[in-house]
Design a protein around this ligand. Structure first.
Ligand SMILES: C[S@@+](CC[C@H](N)C(=O)[O-])C[C@H]1O[C@@H](n2cnc3c(N)ncnc32)[C@H](O)[C@@H]1O
Length: 251
């Protein structure tokens, strides 16, 4: 089989929304088998700490239901299930291969009773208004070109007082960290990814999409403009990842 060239994806800054969505679908259908392994290797295992932190910040008070949008192989869903016994969890993703790998993992870990994975688009959620106490999205919002529309959908399906929780990587603003992270993202990450995955170009896309994501203050500001209250930012591991939490208003 022909190996894809290393840098086959154009920068997200230079493409249309339709092209961006096509790239995301292709990437997450081709890196599935090694996705979990690469996540843990490339973050040196720290991603599991970020997910546990996120799960601990979830609050269930009315429907006791969680939606994890862009769930991938379901790590946030699994972590939330372990942290909050008694809730019911829906994970949603448009990449069938990711869901397939997620289902195998969920069954292996004995969570099949409480976690359901469904195929769907975060831009048009197949759920009624006011269904979930919490809607999370981890490392997913960066892959959605129309972020505002996706956040509006998340707010729609939340109960009043419920929380939107976004976990996302950040490109550091400080120049020393910026240089170090740029080197890691552009050189080390694609090199390691090239040894493990059949599509190293996917990891050039990853670097590019992180570098083109807004700053924490800008992103939090956009959540507020969309109507979320009390938006907080929790910088994790020197701020390379941030957890954003905002509440749906009661009125
Ligand atoms: C980097 S992975 C993150 C997966 C998982 N949340 C995690 O923490 O490992 C991004 C996921 O977002 C999904 N995705 C991107 N855009 C989507 C959309 N519009 N609707 C549903 N899933 C989407 C991709 O298929 C992929 O599984």
């Amino acid at each position: 089989m022909e190996k894809p060239s290393k840098n086959k994806y154009p920068s997200v800054a230079s493409i249309s929304s339709k092209e961006h969505i096509g790239i995301v679908k292709e990437i997450f259908s081709t890196i599935t088998e090694r996705y979990d392994l690469l996540n843990h290797v490339l973050s040196m295992g720290i991603d599991m700490y970020w997910r546990r932190f996120t799960a601990k910040k979830m609050r269930f008070f009315k429907t006791f239901r969680l939606l994890d949008a862009a769930t991938g192989t379901g790590d946030i869903a699994i972590c939330a299930g372990a942290t909050h016994p008694g809730i019911s969890i829906t994970g949603l993703d448009f990449a069938w291969n990711m869901l397939k790998a997620g289902r195998r993992k969920i069954s292996r870990k004995g969570h099949s009773q409480k976690i359901v994975l469904v195929q769907g688009d975060a831009m048009s959620l197949p759920f009624s208004n006011n269904t979930f106490d919490v809607v999370s999205i981890a490392f997913g919002i960066r892959n959605i070109p129309d972020r505002e529309a996706a956040v509006k959908e998340m707010i729609r399906v939340l109960v009043p007082g419920g929380r939107v929780m976004v976990l996302e990587m950040t490109f550091a603003r400080h120049s020393f960290f910026r240089k170090a992270i740029r080197f890691y993202l552009n050189r080390i990450l694609p090199f390691i990814a090239g040894k493990i995955t059949a599509n190293p170009g996917a990891y050039h896309y990853l670097a590019d999409s992180i570098m083109n994501f807004p700053s924490p203050a800008e992103f939090a500001g956009s959540l507020e403009r969309l109507g979320l209250r009390k938006v907080s930012i929790y910088p994790l591991t020197f701020g390379i990842t941030c957890l954003y939490i905002g509440l749906k208003s009661e009125g």
